[in-house]
Design a protein around this ligand. Structure first.
Ligand code: BEZ
Length: 247
């Protein structure tokens, strides 16, 4: 997936705005060493640093890391893969907001995070859970099939709560809290839904000509029309929030 860091930062600020409540679960403290997995453009990483912790932000996208370094040049950002972390531990905590659903090698990611957290250290993570954006995904799959003859495959990992808790336990964590909750998310403006599709699923449109792209997006919008609230769209996000301690 090629990321457009400018579009991500400008049009999807809700991603780290929602991340504030996860930061309050993390409670970063001065002197702690914390790893931010999937840091994107670095806004939450900077808040962890502002609490006095020493933080490393990693992301698999070089364009995200370039954008993070441009905005927060004093911080430590690196390109790295959550499923095979090369950053050296130990960390007191691993934090991850809205990123782990992109890591299809979920077992490898859990093992990798367990390897870099010290014994007794914590994992505080939130990402898409089972049923996340089911309406948006189903509409896009149908629109691609009907309007372009393309078979869509989801690029995401949205696990059920029990399955993910078991996975973490198998990799050396004790899960102390887990919640799966609906978080309807506003997509600003009449173009909000097509902007979202272009941002996160644009690679499915890229091989199509301009007319076919427009047909797919129009059809997907039609199929999602129950999500339109007059001036904005509402995406059917569902979050899985987990807190776990390294045994
Ligand atoms: C999410 O945060 O749940 C998400 C964001 C973009 C694409 C898919 C899921």
């Amino acid at each position: 997936m090629e990321w457009n860091a400018d579009l991500y930062r400008d049009a999807h600020a809700f991603i780290w705005n929602y991340g504030q409540s996860l930061l309050s679960v993390l409670e970063p403290r001065a002197g702690e060493r914390i790893l931010d997995v999937g840091c994107g453009t670095g806004e939450l990483t900077a808040e962890i640093a502002a609490a006095g912790a020493t933080v490393v932000g990693i992301d698999s996208s070089p364009s995200m890391i370039d954008a993070a370094l441009a905005k927060f040049p004093q911080l430590d950002f690196r390109v790295d893969d959550a499923a095979s972390l090369s950053v050296d531990g130990p960390f007191d905590a691993v934090f991850s907001n809205a990123a782990l659903h992109w890591v299809l090698r979920a077992e490898d990611a859990a093992a990798s995070m367990a390897r870099v957290i010290r014994q007794g250290g914590r994992l505080v993570a939130e990402f898409g859970g089972h049923g996340n954006i089911a309406t948006l995904q189903q509409a896009y799959a149908s629109a691609l099939a009907e309007s372009a003859g393309v078979e869509f495959r989801s690029p995401w990992y949205f696990p059920a709560l029990g399955a993910y808790a078991s996975l973490l336990e198998a990799k050396g964590f004790e899960v102390t809290g887990a919640t799966l909750y609906d978080r309807p998310t506003r997509l600003e403006g009449r173009e909000g839904l097509t902007n979202w599709y272009r941002m996160f699923l644009g690679n499915w449109l890229a091989p199509l000509d301009t007319d076919a792209q427009a047909r797919v997006l129009e059809r997907a919008e039609r199929l999602c029309e129950g999500q339109f609230r007059g001036e904005h769209w509402v995406a059917d996000y569902r979050r899985l929030r987990v807190v776990a301690v390294r045994r």
